[in-house]
Design a protein around this ligand. Structure first.
Ligand SMILES: *Cc1c(COP(=O)(O)O)cnc(C)c1O
Length: 356
């Protein structure tokens, strides 16, 4: 067993009893929470546990279950209707030229707001013995040029299994890029081993979209892991989820974007929290997201400004939301508001009137 595997197996907190023993059984209602565990596991790695400074802080909230998971108001189990867009087990093909390939049923730590909580943690729902039909699908669909490995967390697979996936994907000529969606640099930075960094370079271009939700998640260990990936030539992006009580604050988000850029990670998306059953207490308003975007654009480096998107319920895909900077538009002119709210008039080109 490698070091990261033993950390995961032996040093992660994976039961409510262990959590109660650590933080005190007065703050964790073990009995009340049992039903929540029927739909979702709990696991917190040492790196994620270290981020927790106090009960109820932004890190606690992300990983420690609460009885609020049992309050389902209007959340749905498969809010993005991914199962409906799944032509083969483990494949979601929604966009013209790219597909999602779920390769791991598990994560190092479980985020309580997970969109795929209906599947993640349950190996039967992301079956690893069904890669073959997925490869056959990817091979047959020559329009797919971008494959996104997801899960669960693909980085919980062994290097050997990841290399097998990379090899099989690289045998398919129309697949140009491979992407990995992973929160491992925050959860288990030890996983980014020199051996992995050596291996991945043989299958480039391999991109990684990381997941950080709060500036303090960029711990020295996480930043060092990101540095190893950057040195291995893996372009790094970040997908952040807008979460109530975690990062629903323009100052916190700006600081997060700055710390990501310092670690050579380009912010990619801020997601509106999906209305998934069990995670509804994390939701904020769309206006809050737009307020954050207005606080970024113009006020800081354009590189620090990701797209703010809603993954449209029912399978519509990601829809970008952009604050409105256009006050009016006619054939003659466009009235603009800049980031400070100042008004500017842009003249449209004078189009010659066609003779006749
Ligand atoms: C997010 C997503 C993708 C990738 O979308 P990009 O905008 O290219 O990052 C692909 N397929 C599915 C089903 C997705 O949810």
């Amino acid at each position: 067993m490698s070091e990261w595997q033993s950390i995961l197996k032996e040093r992660s907190v994976a039961t409510l009893e262990a959590l109660a023993a650590r933080f005190g059984s007065d703050v964790i209602d073990v009995e009340a929470l049992r039903p929540a565990f029927e739909s979702f596991q709990m696991r917190i790695t040492p790196a994620a546990l270290e981020q927790i400074k106090a009960v109820g802080d932004p890190f606690w909230t992300q990983y420690v279950p609460t009885v609020r998971e049992l309050e389902v108001v209007d959340g749905v189990v498969d809010s993005l209707a991914e199962d409906g867009d799944s032509p083969e087990p483990n494949i979601t093909h929604r966009y013209p030229d790219r597909a999602l390939f779920l390769v791991s049923p598990v994560c190092a730590s479980y985020c309580r707001f997970c969109t795929r909580r209906r599947k993640v943690g349950d190996p039967e729902k992301i079956p690893l013995n069904q890669y073959d039909s997925a490869f056959a699908y990817l091979r047959a669909h020559t329009e797919i040029r971008d494959v996104i490995l997801s899960g669960g967390d693909p980085m919980l697979l062994s290097d050997r299994r990841l290399e097998y996936l990379f090899q099989k994907l690289r045998e398919i000529p129309h697949i140009e890029i491979i992407r990995i969606g992973s929160r491992i640099t925050s959860h288990l930075p030890e996983r980014i081993t020199p051996e992995f960094c050596e291996m991945v370079q043989r299958y480039h271009p391999v991109y990684m979209n990381t997941h950080f939700d709060h500036p303090d998640e960029l711990t020295p260990a996480a930043v060092a892991a990101l540095d190893r990936l950057a040195r291995a030539g893996v372009p790094l992006g970040c997908q952040t989820v807008l979460l109530k009580g975690v990062n629903d604050d323009p100052a916190v988000m700006k600081e997060l974007m700055h710390r990501l850029l310092k670690a050579r990670v380009r912010p990619y998306y801020i997601y509106m929290c999906d209305p998934v059953a069990g995670g509804e207490h994390f939701r904020t308003t769309v206006e809050k997201g737009l307020e954050i975007m207005r606080a970024l654009r113009g006020w800081t480096s354009g590189l620090a400004v990701p797209y703010f998107v809603i993954d449209a319920p029912g399978g519509g895909g990601k829809v970008p939301l952009i604050p409105n900077y256009v006050e009016s538009m006619t054939d003659d002119e466009v009235v603009l508001r800049n980031y400070e709210g100042k008004r500017f008039v842009y003249k449209q080109p004078v189009v010659p009137v066609a003779a006749g």
